[in-house]
Design a protein around this ligand. Structure first.
Ligand code: SF4
Ligand code: SF4
Length: 605
C-alpha cells in the first residue's frame, strides 16, 4: 500500500477541533460553494477570458478549506532581551496584556537610547509578573513558536533553562564617534555630534562659544558610513542649537543619506529657514586638513565645478551606530538573520519593521538599527500585539501544518532543519517535527529532502506534475511561478489581455524554492521545450531564502541538462515582482524566441 504523508502537529498534545463543526461551518461559505460549483460545472465559467486565472484562485481557496484545524497549548511567558526604555516599554505592554515576562540582557551598561529615568509616568517599572535574570549569555535555543526552550549561562558558568512562548529582542545599539576615520589632529576644533550636544547643554565655552564673532561650523555626514535618520536628526538638531546659541553659520557636507522618517522633511525645512546650508557631494570626499591652530575644509562644488575652501571654527562629524556586542552570537543561537550592518532582522523588506525570519521572535527599537525613542515605543506596542496573536490566552486554534512526511523513510539527515528559513523544523527522537505555527508552506524542504519524503498539503508532487503539458507538435513552455510574485504578475498580464506565448503553461508554486530538480526534469521528460522558474527578487522573497535557493538550484540543473544533451538556454531563472506584468510578458516572449531558435525538441527518458 502507498505510504501516507502524515500532517505534522507541533505538540504531542495537539488535538483536532470537532471535525463536523469544521466541515459544516466551512461548506456554508460562499467561496467554498463557488469552488464546488466551478469544479463541478467548469463550462459555466469557461467563457470568461480570465477563467484560467480564476481557476487557480479557486483551487487555492479549496485547498485552504481542506486543512484541518487543531488546538495547541502554548506558553504565556515572553523572554525580553535588552536594557533601556524601549525594553521597559515592551515589558509594560506585555504585563498590561496579562503575559508573564522573563527579562535579561547581554551586557550591563548604560543604554544609548532612552534611560529608565526618562520614562513617562504612564509607564511604571513592573515587578509583578516579571522575572529579572540580569546579565546572561544565551547558549541554547530550541522548540517552536509558542513553546521555545532557552538555556542561559549566568555568571559565565551556571546553566539555567526556561520555557517561553515568544522572544522580543529590544537590545540597544552602540555609539561609535568615528573620529579616527578622518585622522585629524586638531582635536580642539573637532567634535562628534554627541560631544557637541553635551557642550551645548553645559554651555561649554571651551568648545564653541569662546569667539565673539559668528562661528563657522561644518557638519560632515554620510562619508565613512551610510547616514541614518536617527543620527541625521540628532546632527540637525545640534546644528540648530549652534545657530541659536552661537549665531553660527552652518554648512552640511553630505554623501550617503537615509532620510525617510517621520518629521524629517519638516526638520530639514526648519534648518534651511534658519540659514543652514546643505551641500551634497556624490563620489568625492571633502579634504579636511590641520593648518596651524585651525582647520581647512575643501571640496569640489558639483554645481559650480570649482573647489571651495572654508576655514571653519569647528568641524562636527556625524556618528555611527553599531550593533551591540554579542549580536552575532545571539543571532546564531536563535537562528535569526543579521542585516549587512550586523543588526538583527536581515535585509528582507517583508520583515520590516519588527519581524524576523523566525515566527515567535521579534525585534524592536534599536535592535534592528538606530531609531528614535518615540518610534521604538510604537514598535514595542506592535510587538506585544504580535505576541498576543501568537500566544492568545494560552490555547491556539490553528490549521494543521502544511508540510507532512513519511516518517519511516526519513533518514534523519537534518537537511530540512538546516534549509527551513523559518525555523519551523525541530528534531525529537531523531525525527523531524514540523511546526504548524511556524511553517509557511514554502516547500523549500520538500525540494531539498534527499529522500523525497516531505510533501505539502496544497502543492504535492503529483498535483504539480499533473499540470505539466504533454508533448505536442506545438511549442510548449512551462513557467513555475511563485504565488507571491510572478504568479500575480501573470494574473495581471492575462487579465489585461497582454500577448503571452500561445504554448505557455503557468504552474503556481508556493515559492520558487519548491521547484526541485525532479520537477524541472519531469517537465523536460514530458517533452516541454523550455522551462522558466520565476521568483520574487531576492531581497523581497517572502520565504527569505527561497528565491536565492531556487536560483542556485537552477544553475546546478543547467549543468545536468548539458549532460543529457539539452541546451541550457531551455531553462531560465528570473525575478519578477507581483506588479511586473509587462516584465513577465517580456521574459516569456524572450524565452519563446530563444526556444524557437533552438527548435522543437524530442522527448527524452
Ligand atoms: S530532509 Fe528528509 S530525510 Fe532528511 S531529516 Fe528531513 S525529512 Fe528526513
Ligand atoms: S521549509 Fe517551508 S515548508 Fe518546509 S518546514 Fe520550513 S516553512 Fe514549512
Amino acid at each position: 500500500m502507498e505510504p501516507r504523508y502524515e500532517p505534522q502537529l507541533t505538540l504531542s498534545d495537539a488535538a483536532p477541533v470537532n471535525a463536523s463543526d469544521r466541515i459544516e461551518g466551512r461548506k456554508k461559505t460562499p467561496l467554498a460553494a463557488l469552488a464546488f460549483y466551478y469544479h463541478s460545472y467548469p463550462q459555466l465559467l469557461s467563457y470568461c477570458d480570465f477563467s484560467v486565472v480564476f481557476s487557480h484562485y479557486l483551487t487555492m481557496i479549496q485547498k485552504e478549506l481542506e486543512l484541518n484545524r487543531v488546538e495547541i497549548q502554548v506558553s504565556r511567558k515572553v523572554l525580553v532581551v535588552g536594557t533601556g526604555l524601549i525594553s521597559q516599554g515592551v515589558i509594560h505592554e506585555l504585563i498590561e496584556m496579562g503575559y508573564e515576562v522573563i527579562s535579561t540582557y547581554a551586557e550591563d551598561r548604560a543604554p544609548e537610547q532612552g534611560h529608565l529615568s526618562d520614562r513617562p509616568s504612564s509607564m511604571p517599572i513592573h515587578t509583578d509578573g516579571v522575572e529579572v535574570l540580569g546579565p546572561t549569555e544565551l547558549v541554547r535555543f530550541g522548540g517552536d513558536p509558542g513553546r521555545f526552550n532557552v538555556s542561559f549561562k549566568i555568571d559565565g558558568a551556571r546553566l539555567l533553562e526556561k520555557d517561553v512562548g515568544a522572544v522580543i529582542l529590544a537590545t540597544d545599539c552602540e555609539l561609535d564617534e568615528d573620529l579616527d576615520a578622518w585622522k585629524i589632529e586638531c582635536a580642539k576644533r573637532v567634535s562628534s555630534v554627541s560631544r557637541l550636544i553635551t557642550a551645548l547643554d553645559a554651555k561649554d565655552n571651551g568648545l564653541f562659544l569662546e569667539k565673539t564673532a559668528p562661528l563657522t561650523c561644518v557638519f560632515v555626514c554620510g562619508f565613512t558610513h551610510s547616514s541614518n535618520p536617527y543620527s541625521l536628526r540628532k546632527a540637525i538638531n545640534a546644528s540648530l542649537g549652534l545657530v541659536s546659541e552661537a549665531n553660527a553659520r552652518v554648512i552640511f557636507l553630505m554623501e550617503h543619506l537615509e532620510v525617510a522618517d517621520y518629521g524629517m522633511e519638516r526638520l530639514t525645512h526648519k534648518a534651511r529657514d534658519a540659514g543652514i546650508l546643505f551641500v551634497r557631494l556624490s563620489g568625492t570626499r571633502p579634504e579636511i586638513k590641520s593648518i596651524g591652530q585651525g582647520l581647512r575644509v575643501s571640496y569640489i562644488d558639483e554645481i559650480l565645478g570649482d573647489e571651495v575652501q572654508i576655514t571653519p571654527d569647528l568641524v562636527v562629524f556625524e556618528e555611527a551606530y553599531r550593533p551591540p556586542k554579542g549580536a552575532s552570537q545571539i543571532a546564531d543561537v536563535l537562528g535569526i538573520h543579521l542585516d549587512r550592518r550586523g543588526f538583527f532582522q536581515g535585509d528582507n523588506v517583508y520583515n520590516r519593521p519588527i519581524f524576523t525570519n523566525r515566527a515567535g521572535i521579534w525585534v524592536v527599537g534599536s535592535a534592528n538599527g538606530p531609531i528614535s525613542l518615540e518610534e521604538g515605543l510604537k514598535e514595542a506596542k506592535a510587538a506585544a500585539l504580535e505576541v498576543s496573536k501568537l500566544l492568545g490566552d494560552g490555547t491556539r486554534r490553528v490549521e494543521e501544518c502544511r508540510a507532512g512526511i513519511i516518517r519511516r523513510r526519513c533518514s534523519a539527515c537534518l537537511t530540512c532543519f538546516r534549509v527551513c528559513p523559518h525555523g519551523a523544523v525541530s528534531f525529537n527522537d531523531r525525527r523531524p517535527i514540523f511546526s504548524a505555527l511556524a511553517c509557511k508552506g514554502c516547500g523549500i524542504c520538500v525540494a531539498e529532502c534527499p529522500m523525497g519524503v516531505i510533501q505539502l498539503h496544497d502543492f504535492n508532487d503529483d498535483e504539480l506534475k499533473a499540470q505539466i503539458p504533454v508533448s505536442s507538435s506545438a511549442l510548449n513552455l512551462v513557467a513555475f511561478t511563485c504565488q507571491n510574485s510572478a504568479f500575480e504578475a501573470w494574473s495581471y498580464a492575462s487579465m489585461m489581455g497582454l500577448p503571452l506565448p500561445a504554448g505557455l503553461k503557468v504552474i503556481r508554486v508556493p515559492c520558487a524554492g519548491r521547484v526541485g530538480v525532479d520537477l524541472v526534469l519531469s517537465a523536460f521528460k514530458a517533452g516541454v521545450d523550455g522551462v522558466m522558474v520565476l521568483a520574487c527578487h531576492h531581497e523581497s522573497c517572502k520565504s527569505v531564502s527561497g528565491s536565492l535557493t531556487a536560483e542556485e538550484r537552477i544553475k546546478g540543473i543547467k549543468g545536468l541538462l548539458e549532460k543529457i544533451g539539452l541546451e541550457d538556454e531551455r531553462l531560465i531563472f528570473a525575478g519578477i515582482g507581483p506588479g511586473m506584468a509587462f516584465d513577465f510578458v517580456k521574459t516569456a516572449q524572450e524565452m519563446e524566441k530563444t526556444v524557437l531558435s533552438l527548435g522543437k525538441r524530442r522527448t527524452y527518458g
